[in-house]
Write a protein that binds this ligand. Structure first.
Ligand SMILES: [Zn+2]
Length: 230
């Protein structure tokens, strides 16, 4: 499962490079196709520090299968979502600063740009941040916002969930910046066509490749850091 560990580490590092995950907290998990277990990052590293060795295998209930390291208590909502959504094989949760600011509105983001339409009708609110609430609140959506906390995106692949998360941070930034101004969001009647267009334009697929490049770049910078450097 080295490829799964590598992909999770790259997702964490790529998201860190884009402003999601500067401190401790946040998680990326992947459930390999057909597996009863899944993989998630350890709690004791930031996204920017993550390596494949920091990715732990857990059982369906989120219990770490080996070693002495721990995962976030938030692993419970990963187990909850995997239990309810057979179509989901990857979950991303962060406290990206813009995402977190946007969740204080306690509503989904408005449509300020073409890329915001990925969340049109596909982003729901959790009533609170209890782990029991989050998976049922997500329902069939791709994104759930946890008020005054952060966000969760899901997908059939880690690339989809991570790229969606990166796009959500951009969307939240626009919403926080523009919501209290005279700016007008996209007219409702234009949104469905734009959503169809951005999906067809393979934006998320290219964003995942960008995140992977960013993740590899930060890894190679680490490799140049002399051991024991202060
Ligand atoms: Zn959290």
């Amino acid at each position: 499962m080295e490829d799964v560990r590598e992909e999770i580490a790259l997702a964490c590092r790529g998201l860190a490079a884009h402003g999601c995950g500067g401190g401790i907290g946040g998680h990326v998990s992947v459930r390999p196709l057909g597996a009863d277990t899944y993989f998630i990052n350890a709690f004791d590293r930031t996204f920017g520090e993550m390596t494949p060795d920091d990715v732990l295998e857990v059982d369906a209930q989120g219990r770490v299968l080996s070693g002495g390291r721990m995962v976030s208590l938030g692993v419970d909502f990963h187990s909850g979502i995997y239990g309810l959504r057979s179509d989901v094989n990857a979950i991303v949760h962060t406290h990206g600063a813009w995402i977190t600011a946007q969740t204080a509105f306690n509503r989904p983001p408005k449509m300020w740009h073409n890329l915001c339409t990925f969340f049109w009708g596909d982003c729901v609110m959790s009533p609170d941040d209890s782990f029991e609430s989050i998976a049922p609140a997500l329902g069939h959506a791709s994104t759930v916002l946890i008020p005054w906390h952060g966000a969760i995106t899901v997908g059939a692949s880690v690339g989809r969930a991570a790229a969606l998360h990166d796009t959500l941070e951009f969307t939240a930034r626009l919403d926080v910046t523009l919501a209290s101004t005279d700016a007008s969001p996209l007219p409702d009647e234009l949104v469905p066509g734009i959503r169809e267009l951005v999906e067809r334009a393979t934006y998320l697929e290219e964003t995942w490749q960008l995140l992977r490049r960013e993740g590899r770049r930060s890894q190679s910078l680490d490799a140049r850091e002399p051991a024991g450097a202060a």
